[in-house]
Design a protein around this ligand. Structure first.
Ligand code: NAD
Length: 300
């Protein structure tokens, strides 16, 4: 854990929030299974031997077990072709016992990633990467919310830090974090209510000039950049809430995109790395698997 003894900011404990949500989910899963006889199941497909991906998938499986869901891992060799992977996706789409499908990213270079993600049945798309789910989110009527952005909003919600009427700056425009988070926060409402929507959102990226001028104007600053300790104290408005999505390995340490020790002197609230957004990403995946199981029941 980062050194919290010198901080003035409130530390937003993602681990504790994730635990709380998982406890609620376990109650939901138990009730659903009792009523329907169905145990929600997450099927993960892992291509290759990337060590970080292996850890992520393992954590997702363990989390499934904790809330009473089933999980299944399909390991494919690193020279798998797009066609072979598409075959797996089609089999899992057709399998009535599979509630949610997750293809762990990144996939090896020879695989056409978008073709694979587009092939996942949108009703089983627990990562919410399918263009149909992205479109629904953009129109403000999502079925699934992408896990990391939803995790960020859950942290704000459970810490009683509303976004309505606030200036939010998101640094990073990826399809996984930055863009969908911005898309969620500008809506009129969210599954957590209108207080956790209705923000005035600015998205910054690698071509944004005078970045610090923009970030210093934000009431809530979210860093999703992938550069260790990029956000410094001088980029943060005093009292702002700072959410650090970054996970960067520096030697044997994991650090975020925010220089935690110095920013915590300025910010009003801040997430640590590790123990901030990360545990929420896994938790919202479970929440989406529960939604997927319900959705398939509705449509059968
Ligand atoms: P990405 O590489 O797809 O996108 C990074 C974004 O940062 C880009 O849009 C780029 O324009 C922007 N950027 C890069 N350099 C910049 C600069 N100098 N100034 C302004 N903007 C800049 O990354 P991603 O997939 O969105 O992930 C971002 C970080 O979040 C990574 O560290 C990743 O490991 C982490 N991550 C964490 C979780 C989690 O569960 N906590 C989930 C997903 C990603």
């Amino acid at each position: 854990m980062p050194n919290s003894t010198q901080t003035t900011a409130r530390i937003l404990d993602g681990k504790a929030i994730a635990k709380e949500i998982q406890k609620e989910l376990k109650v939901d899963v138990t009730k659903f299974t009792k009523e329907t006889g169905i145990v929600p199941k997450l099927a993960a497909v892992l291509v290759g031997e990337d060590p970080a991906s292996q850890v992520y998938v393992r954590n997702k499986q363990l989390a499934c077990e904790r809330v009473g869901m089933l999980s299944e891992l399909h390991r494919l060799p690193s020279d798998t072709t797009t066609e072979t992977l598409l075959g797996w996706v089609q089999r899992l789409n057709a399998d009535s016992a599979t509630s949610g499908i997750l293809v762990q990213l990144p996939v090896p270079k020879q695989i056409e990633e978008l073709r694979v993600l587009d092939a996942i049945d949108w009703r089983k798309d627990v990562d919410a990467f399918h263009p149909y789910n992205v479109g629904l989110l953009s129109q403000g009527r999502p079925r699934f919310l992408p896990c990391t952005p939803y995790g960020v909003v859950q942290i704000l919600y459970r810490s009683q830090l509303p976004t309505s009427g606030k200036k939010v700056c998101v640094i990073g425009r990826s399809d996984i974090v930055g863009k969908p988070l911005a898309s969620m926060l500008v809506q009129r409402t969210s599954p957590l209510g209108p207080e956790w929507a209705n923000a005035t959102v600015t998205i910054c990226h690698s071509r944004t000039p005078n970045l610090a001028d923009v970030t210093r104007d934000a009431d809530i600053l979210v860093a999703a950049i992938g550069q260790p300790e990029f956000v410094r104290a001088a980029m943060v408005k005093p009292g702002a809430t700072v959410i650090d999505v970054g996970i960067n390995r520096v030697g044997d340490r994991l650090v975020g995109d925010v220089a935690f020790a110095e920013v915590a002197q300025v910010a009003g609230a801040i997430t640590p790395v590790p123990g901030g957004v990360g545990p929420l990403t896994v938790t919202m995946l479970l929440s989406n698997t529960m939604i997927a199981a319900r959705l398939q029941l509705e449509q059968n």
